[in-house]
Design a protein around this ligand. Structure first.
Ligand SMILES: O=P(O)(O)O[C@H]1O[C@H](CO)[C@@H](O)[C@H]1O
Ligand SMILES: Nc1nc2[nH]cnc2c(=O)[nH]1
Length: 289
């Protein structure tokens, strides 16, 4: 795939997908590391390996199956990415966010992002679920932004605002749902920070992020949210806290990707239930083909 992507490229992929499935999703869900089971809840599935979809990048990370799954959650049509693309895989940022613009062209109005993340907040525990309130896009602050390059007004404005992008109403609904599901004891709300990866944080970096007010850190999500916001989508995000980021020189523990995937399994059912119920409460009308 070439580095500069134009409107026609997104359109070609969207048209191909529309010709292969009767589903017309209004909601897209991006599954984080080890969270691909979110797609298992979809009924009447049509699924496509990324390698079969014209123009789609390929997943290279363990825990990211590389399948696009269309289907229904409680009667609401959704499309779910079982596997996302990360900058550290060598993709340009506009490639990592390619699916988001394709979703826009499919008619998607709401994007749900999920990720596995390490916690900086002292009060968080492994296994907590953090409803994302805001993000710090470190690569973005340093000039690595998926919106770099000529702006395509067909998608959105040159200078999109990024305040209040994690939808307040959806966050409130999610909180209330967690209460009724009896899981509020491990629900948090906080700030996610994207770093480039692929290495995990040094202790000095962890301390820096902690002082900046970061609650959870990962290597994804922010570019997808920037692109979704640019093209006018509503956004909701969840981080599963898979590990505590080591902040002390006396700490002998260290994190690894296998442990991240293990914890993802632990909360898979709760996350699946939360996302399903949230989608079922969304005020959307299904299109018919
Ligand atoms: O953000 P997701 O895709 O959930 O993955 C997270 O988990 C991986 C590290 O274990 C990194 O890719 C990090 O970003
Ligand atoms: N950067 C980063 N990404 C993660 N993904 C899951 N855990 C972590 C972590 O501790 N740091």
């Amino acid at each position: 795939m070439k580095d500069q992507i134009c409107y026609d490229d997104y359109q070609k992929t969207a048209s191909w997908l529309l010709s292969q499935t009767q589903h017309r999703p209004k909601v897209a869900i991006i599954c984080g590391s080890g969270l691909g089971m979110l797609a298992d809840a979809l009924k009447c599935q049509d699924s496509f390996p990324y390698s079969d979809i014209p123009g789609f990048p390929q997943s290279t990370v363990q825990g990211h199956a590389g399948r696009l799954v269309f289907g229904e959650l409680k009667g609401k049509t959704c499309v779910c990415m079982q596997g996302r693309f990360h900058m550290y895989e060598g993709h340009s940022l506009c490639k990592t966010t390619f699916p988001v613009r394709v979703f826009k062209l499919l008619g998607v109005e709401t994007l749900i992002v999920t990720n596995a993340a390490g916690s900086l907040a002292d009060s968080y525990q492994v296994g907590d679920i953090m409803i994302i309130k805001d993000h710090i896009n470190f690569p973005g602050l340093a000039g690595l932004n998926p919106l770099n390059g000529p702006n395509d007004e067909k998608f959105g404005p040159r200078f999109p605002p990024m305040s209040g992008v994690y939808d307040k109403d959806l966050r409130k609904i999610a909180f209330d749902l967690c209460k009724s599901m009896g899981v509020s004891q491990f629900i948090q709300e906080g700030v996610y920070c994207m770093v480039g990866g692929p290495n995990f944080e040094s202790i000095a970096e962890a301390r820096l992020l902690h002082r900046l007010g970061v609650d959870a850190v990962g290597m994804s999500t922010a570019p997808e949210v920037v692109v979704a916001t640019h093209c006018g989508m509503r956004v909701f995000g969840l981080s599963l806290i898979t590990n505590k980021v080591v902040k002390s020189y006396n700490d002998t523990e260290s994190v690894n990707h296998e442990a991240v995937l293990e914890v993802s399994k632990l909360r898979s059912q709760t996350l699946q239930m939360l996302v399903t119920e949230l989608v079922s409460r969304m005020d959307i009308n299904n299109n018919t083909t």
